[in-house]
Design a protein around this ligand. Structure first.
Ligand code: NOJ
Length: 744
């Protein structure tokens, strides 16, 4: 008893004091029972203090100098979390104000956008998803968590897990592509990587999965635009990654900017209360996106900020990101009995729970260790992880005459293109804490990997020039070379938030320069630098080889050189379909059938087809080549009858028929041939990444059960209907072996 009393007496006398090496903070003795501690803390809080916890403050810099305003807000107990503080010492200053200068000393959350690495920058998420390598992906977020936490961040606005099927939307770069199954696996892997197995360790951070929900389906690919969809599509396509991430333990969720069937996500009780909190069992809290509470007025669903605050809190939104509307309006709304204080308590409880799980009540300064900032960032281990992730993200789209890999000896290589000599662009979009001069350029990577080659460089043209340019230097160098390596695509900033484009052709003079180079008759290897599928049928036809290199982060140049010269055999597979033209969008492999299938009678125009372009993708989902070749054979369903309690096992033999070791992503799809609602013609259900030596064969086995064949039927729920299914296996979503089974 005395053990508890003594610190308590000292705490009431002196605020926070160190007693018997145990720090006692103003919020009281934490104890081991989380729920009891949080409930009793909430009881001690005034209404104003509770509302303060629901306010996310935007940092303006050092609280001692530039950010007096923010410091004052926190000092007044009007902020529960702060956004954009990165730096252990800076974080400590803010945390000290919260812990020592407020009545209850409740520690702050420090939120930051850590989308693909903190300082050590990993490939943009769309690129990394092309690895289909869950361990690598988990590892990259583990490294990001280590680095973010070393900079004082304990809450990341990541991972971005929006499914997207429309490359006009620039934010496709931030996600894992078009498929809900793969997207779910990746979402869970990223949550595990960030949060680790012990969230209260000093190098793990709370995730904020985003953007909930269906933001990637913005109409016409225009950012922030409305989303209108059936509940079935929501639940089958856009929700699964969120479900998987919540199951993996994600501790917070960011609502999306879009309205969903007319109701903005930030104030949508169906999405937030019914689905997220009730059905998915989300225990943590929901934060709005940037200023989104105020945007309820622009959406036309709130007449003023008072109403915006009311409908958001009633809708299930727990924390307001920077609009200050919760801070300024909720107290009044509760006092006037227009909002129940119970709603405020519920939101506070969710936020305090995350603070508790992060270990902040045991040590508010857990993440404020300036030594870690020096020792744990850009370590050789972190850089090695970035290199591996970058190599695995590259997709070989074309390789005529086996031009790749290039030999390292004695060649004359002309490297052309603005992106070949850019460091900062290699970081891609949302590289918030990356340094623009950290990455290795493509040119430097090539030079370092092939010291015996003569490597010449000319910019040739800018990425986005509006005027004609002088190609003479590029043409001259190319004419003296054995092979031309040309970068083409976007600047790093051209994809990401607010980067919607209605036209996805290669911009500027890049294609024109390519055509000039073609006249020299040299092999041309195109390195695509882009954050989204671009329209590249001309290149697909005329380039000798194409490597999709996206934006690969700090080790971009080294990874690309490793692939160019064969030190790494490419194994990436697209997670998003590449269209022939923008008019095909949205484009995805898992199309529903129509009443007039286009391939039944190609001569009949009254079919579901375009008159001017095929329905197919230029490069389909799952596609990617290797320097070796693979053969699938002997595909068999061992027990082709599935029942409620007995699944099926399917096997296929995969052989490396080439002369190099390589990795292949074997993909398993199904089609439910007949059901009460129309089913996709293919749906990814399993995959396996397998490494094979030349001539080696491995048998891959997949197991499926009844849960895998369920679909969502509106007003009924998830059901499986008996009947026949086709099942497919192969190296991409187009070229597949077929078998069948039956569900009884
Ligand atoms: C807006 C973006 O939509 C979101 O992804 C990001 O986390 C916030 N701004 C904060 O930067």
């Amino acid at each position: 008893m005395r053990k508890i009393l003594l610190p308590l007496i000292l705490f009431y006398l002196f605020g926070s004091v160190s007693v018997l090496a145990q720090k006692v903070y103003k919020f009281g003795v934490v104890g081991t029972n989380k729920a009891t501690f949080i409930k009793s803390l909430i009881k001690r809080m005034t209404l104003e203090e509770k509302v303060g916890q629901l306010n996310l403050v935007l940092s303006g810099g050092d609280p001692a100098t530039t950010a007096q305003k923010e410091a004052a807000v926190i000092r007044a107990s009007k902020g529960g979390a702060i956004f954009n503080v990165a730096g252990a010492d800076l974080a400590r200053k803010y945390q000290r104000i919260a812990v020592e200068e407020t009545r209850l000393g409740i520690p702050l959350l420090f939120g930051f956008d850590c989308i693909h690495g903190m300082r050590t920058t990993f490939p943009i998420p769309l690129a990394e998803s092309s690895s289909w390598d869950l361990k690598t992906i988990e590892q990259s977020t583990r490294v990001a968590a280590r680095e973010a936490s070393a900079f004082g961040v304990n809450w990341v606005y990541s991972p971005m897990i929006d499914i997207c099927r429309d490359a006009r939307w620039g934010r496709i770069a931030e996600g894992a592509g078009e498929d809900p199954y793969l997207g779910s696996m990746i979402a869970a892997a990223r949550v595990k990587g960030f949060q680790g197995t012990d969230l209260s360790a000093n190098n793990t951070v709370a995730t904020c999965i985003k953007h909930y929900v269906a933001y990637g389906a913005a109409e016409a690919g225009r950012d922030y635009n409305t989303t209108d969809m059936s509940e079935r599509t929501l639940r089958e396509v856009y929700l699964p990654p969120f479900k998987a991430a919540v199951k993996a333990g994600a501790l917070s969720v960011m609502s999306s900017f879009n309205s969903f069937n007319g109701v903005p996500s930030a104030a949508n009780p169906f999405l937030l209360r019914q689905i997220l909190k009730k059905e998915l069992g989300m225990k943590g809290f929901v934060v709005s996106d940037y200023d989104a509470v105020r945007e309820l007025i622009s959406h036309g669903v709130a007449k003023d900020s008072i109403e915006a605050a009311r409908i958001a809190i009633e809708g299930g939104l727990d924390m307001d990101m920077i609009s200050n509307i919760y801070r300024d309006k909720l107290v009044g709304l509760v006092k006037q009995k227009k909002v129940s204080e119970k709603l405020i308590d519920e939101a506070v409880e969710r936020i305090l729970l995350v603070k508790y799980d992060l270990g902040l009540f045991h040590n508010p300064y857990l993440y404020c260790n300036a030594n870690r900032e020096k020792n744990d960032v850009m370590t050789s281990e972190n850089l090695q992880a970035a290199l591996e992730a970058a190599r695995k993200s590259i997709v070989l789209l074309k390789n005529d005459d086996h031009i790749l890999p290039l030999t390292k000896s004695g060649k004359v290589i002309a490297v052309i293109g603005e992106m070949a000599n850019s460091k900062s662009d290699m970081n891609g979009c949302w590289a918030t804490y990356s340094r623009s001069d950290d990455p290795t350029t493509i040119l430097d990577g090539i030079r370092a990997a092939a010291p015996d080659c003569k490597v010449f460089y000319a910019k040739g043209c800018k990425v986005d020039a509006k005027e004609p340019e002088d190609y003479s230097e590029a043409m001259e160098l190319a004419s003296r070379s054995d092979v031309v390596i040309m970068t083409m695509g976007e600047y790093g900033w051209m994809s990401g938030e607010g980067m919607s484009r209605a036209n996805l052709d290669i911009v500027g003079n890049q294609l024109d320069l390519f055509k000039h180079l073609q006249t020299l008759g040299k092999p041309i290897v195109v390195l695509l630098t882009n954050g989204r599928p671009l329209v590249i049928p001309y290149l697909a036809e005329h380039a000798t080889a194409i490597l999709e290199t996206w934006f690969l982060g700090t080790k971009a140049g080294n990874a690309i050189a490793d692939v160019l010269f064969g030190d790494y055999n490419p194994s990436g597979k697209l997670t998003v379909s590449f269209p022939y033209c923008v008019g095909q969008l949205p484009l995805y492999y898992s199309q529903l059938p129509t009443g007039r299938p286009h391939d039944e009678d190609p001569k009949d125009p009254y079919r579901s087809l375009y008159r001017d372009v095929t329905n197919d993708a230029l490069y389909p989902f799952g596609y990617g080549l290797s320097y070796t070749s693979f053969e699938y054979s002997n595909f068999r369903v061992l027990n082709p009858v599935m029942t409620a309690d007995k699944g099926i096992d399917v096997c296929v033999d995969l052989k490396n028929t080439g002369s190099r070791e390589g990795e292949e992503v074997a993909q398993l799809y199904i089609r439910d041939l007949y059901a009460s609602v129309s089913q996709p013609m293919k749906l990814l259900k399993r995959f396996s990444k397998v490494s094979l030596n030349p001539s080696e064969t491995k048998t891959i086995t997949f197991h499926l059960n009844r849960d895998d064949v369920k679909f969502y039927k509106e007003k009924v729920g998830w059901i499986a209907e008996p009947g026949k299914f086709n099942i497919f296996v192969g190296g991409n979503s187009r070229d597949l072996l077929k078998a069948s089974f039956e569900l009884r």
